[in-house]
Design a binder for this molecule. Sequence first.
Ligand SMILES: [Zn+2]
Length: 194
Amino acid sequence: MSEARDGSAATFSERLADWNVSELPVEGALLEVVRAPASVLSTQGGEVDPTAPEIVQLAADLVATMRVSPGCVGLAAPQVGAGVKVFCVDVSEHPKTRDHHGTFVLCNAEVVSSSKNEKAREGCMSVPDFTGDVKRASRIVVRGQLPGTGEVVTFAANAFEARALQHEIDHCDGLLFLDRAAGAHAIYPRKTYL
Ligand SMILES: [Zn+2]
């Protein structure tokens, strides 16, 4: 069956779920996470060549940095000071998660279609002092490219993974969850730290 052009036939991606950071031929290094109001966080990220050595290295670095950060379910390139469209996601350890694709990195990702809005609390390593209620689609179809090979993957994501993807894609477009909250009443000081 061929993919519908708008991605409406997209489903869970076995290829994405099977992807592992060990496919990348480099070791990830730990990077410092920048905090708002760093200007890179509000800058539109550029498209990348997923096969370029510096992007492959960035992909490995993002995963390494996410893994040492407690409670971190995603990290985008602007958060480590690189204004480009690359991010990693891994919601597999999160209690709110049902189905998910494990750890993966996407380049040049975009939301192809979305449905069913749902409001939930979000936090961000670049905004450590606040959380916020943000309305997001709970089912989305995303298209992006894998680092290293540049393979295009189009897949459906649900629930918490869909939320994490939208949060990271926003980062790549220069948007924080604070920009998506309904207003000051939907922003809360964080009382406990991980
Ligand atoms: Zn974030």
